[in-house]
Design a protein around this ligand. Structure first.
Ligand code: ADP
Length: 422
């Protein structure tokens, strides 16, 4: 009986201990659950309070399927889709959210992730309302198995920064144009002042009543007046052409032209000016395939083109050096070449020299200021003829001489296409 009582007592004690244990366990589970809930709440608060958006998904390398594991609630607001919809849409992020213009760069990013590499990409995201937002996605990868990769991503909104960058770039470009324009205005005023000053002095001298000017000197002053007026007229014509080109109103006066005679006339004027001392000395030669050499073009404007090239050649070549103007017909095109043995142009500057107001940073060897309009105007005139102007040049090197060749190539007769916009 005692034994039985002892057993009952043991049983009761065990039962009690068990109940106590159970109770303790219950309390601990409750406490843990509460802790877990608190920690989840903390995580949720962290995730929703940062401006960046976090997400996680697994890619199955065999099927290419994505399993979304987490999308921060902010991300849903960010792309403006409601909760159910975004989970569905996020499976094909590329199709649904990547702006078409950035698909290529986004694909590169995906390729990195599929190869198990961490990756970062900046692209334009297309929101539900069609609005574009600049974002940066930084993704870290974790290989789960041979066929599965998990990606942890952070997405930041770069729109404000990109806008700022864009505005800064535009402002800088405008400032540069402004600077070029004011520099150009300075040069232009100088170009206008020089002949004007000479004309004024010549006129004042001729008008002076108290001095008698001997006839040969009078003749010289008059010639000077004539030349300077021509220079001014040229400058004004160039400006006029420029404004017409800007307004796309330049009309070419096509006429059958003897190019050989036109070039010879130009060379004769230049040679005369050299003899009179108003231009520095050069050996100017004209070579043409035949004489006469016919083409249908705007004679005055084409002459101006060659004149511009020739005056540049003189500006950037040493005195007494040879300058050659050549003309020939090749494949129904008139090809005029102006060759000098001057300082040459770096290949990097080939395109720039045709830009308005551009001057290579150096003063001409003969230190004549320019206005940086000769080449752009010439190119426009040649293009209006349906042709092209190109340059080939060499700077002096150890074993080579410097020099520049400008090649003008225009159809021998208008083709009809070229006159369309003018
Ligand atoms: P400008 O001669 O008034 O400066 P252009 O448009 O005619 O303007 O020429 C632009 C620039 O191209 C020149 O400032 C010069 O630096 C370069 N250039 C043009 N022709 C030559 C040449 N024959 N040799 C060397 N540099 C040249």
């Amino acid at each position: 009986n005692r034994e039985l009582q002892q057993e009952i007592e043991l049983h009761r004690k065990t039962q009690l201990a068990l109940e106590q244990l159970n109770h303790e366990l219950d309390t601990r589970v409750q406490a843990r659950t509460q802790e877990l809930a608190q920690s989840e709440e903390r995580f949720r608060r962290v995730v929703t309070s940062i401006s960046d958006h976090v997400y996680a998904y697994t890619i199955n390398l065999t099927t290419g399927d994505r399993t979304i594991e987490f999308l921060s609630p902010n991300l849903r607001d960010f792309v403006m889709f409601d909760t159910e919809k975004i989970n569905e849409l996020a499976y094909d992020w590329r199709e649904n959210f990547v702006a078409p213009e950035d698909v290529e760069i986004y694909d590169q990013h995906t390729a990195n992730l599929l190869a198990g590499r961490d990756s970062q990409v900046e692209y334009r995201l297309r929101r539900a309302d069609g609005h574009r937002l600049w974002v940066r996605a930084s993704v870290r990868t974790e290989r789960l198995s041979a066929t599965e990769i998990r990606c942890y991503g952070v997405m930041s909104n770069l729109t404000a920064r990109k806008q700022l960058e864009q505005e800064t770039a535009t402002r800088q470009a405008l400032q540069e144009i402004e600077l070029l324009r004011s520099e150009w205005l300075g040069n232009m005023s100088h170009e206008l002042r020089t002949p004007l000053g000479l004309i004024k002095t010549a006129a004042t001298t001729l008008l002076a009543k108290d001095i008698t000017i001997p006839p040969p000197m009078q003749q010289e002053i008059l010639e000077r007046l004539d030349q300077e007026t021509d220079r001014l007229t040229d400058l004004v014509d160039t400006l006029l052409d420029l404004s017409r080109l800007e307004a796309a109103r330049l009309r070419l006066n096509y006429a059958q032209t003897d190019v050989a005679a036109m070039l010879q006339e130009l060379a004769d004027t230049v040679l005369l000016q050299m003899r009179l001392g108003s231009l520095p000395p050069f050996q100017v030669t004209v070579t043409t395939e035949t004489t006469p050499l016919y083409a249908t073009l705007d004679r005055e404007r084409m002459k101006r083109v060659v004149q511009n090239l020739l005056s540049n050649a003189m500006k950037f070549s040493p005195h007494h050096s040879p300058l050659t103007i050549d003309a020939r017909i090749e494949d129904a095109h008139l090809v005029i070449t102006v060759i000098d043995c001057g300082i040459g142009i770096d290949a990097a500057d080939y395109e720039h020299i045709f830009e308005r107001y551009y001057q290579v940073k150096q003063t001409g060897v003969n230190s004549q200021p320019g206005v940086g309009l000769g080449l752009p105007i010439s190119r426009e005139i040649v293009r209006a003829h349906g042709g092209e102007i190109t340059v080939n040049s060499q700077r002096a090197g150890k074993h080579r001489k410097s020099g520049t060749t400008f090649i003008v190539r225009v159809p021998t007769a208008p083709t009809g296409v070229e006159s369309a916009p003018f």
